[in-house]
Design a protein around this ligand. Structure first.
Ligand code: ZN
Ligand code: ZN
Length: 150
């Protein structure tokens, strides 16, 4: 017997974080290699607004550590070893300044883990708050459900 998915020649959609991460990095590389950045996204998702300039200015800049130089630790975006100035994100991922800054001028999240920085966009911040509230509400409904039926 064939399953629905065999018949329709497709596989169940499942979000695969590894693929999404590759998509995102790919997008950044295209952005960096091409000034004419179009908004055509590989994973059908709208980009969040740019990170707040104030926040970006406050991200710590540093030189690569001796360990990073010795081990030739590579920037996840351009895959070249850290050499000049590195920026640490709050999520503890770090990138070349020259790789991260153009990206954060496009959207507010870490290329590796999508950790979001604050934006200057009040509408987006409001949307984020609503999303948090909704998550919280769902969590409490689940808890209530579990306490009654669990
Ligand atoms: Zn880089
Ligand atoms: Zn990160």
């Amino acid at each position: 017997m064939t399953s629905y998915f065999d018949e329709h020649d497709c596989v169940p959609t499942q979000s695969n974080p590894a693929t999404q991460e590759e998509d995102l990095l790919d997008l950044i590389r295209r952005l960096l290699s091409n000034d004419e950045f179009d908004d055509h996204l590989p994973f059908g998702e709208k980009l969040a607004p740019p990170a707040s300039k104030q926040i970006v200015d406050k991200l710590p800049r540093r030189k690569p550590t001796e360990k990073e130089i010795l081990e030739q630790t590579k920037c996840p975006v351009c895959l070249l070893p850290y050499d000049d100035v590195i920026i640490d994100m709050p999520c503890e991922h770090c990138f070349h300044k020259g790789c991260l800054l153009p990206w954060l001028q496009k959207t507010n999240n870490c290329p590796m883990c999508r950790h979001e920085l604050l934006t200057d966009d009040p509408a987006y911040e409001e949307y984020k708050k609503q999303k948090e509230k909704e998550k919280d509400r769902q969590f409490r409904v689940e808890q209530l459900h579990n306490s009654m039926f669990g």
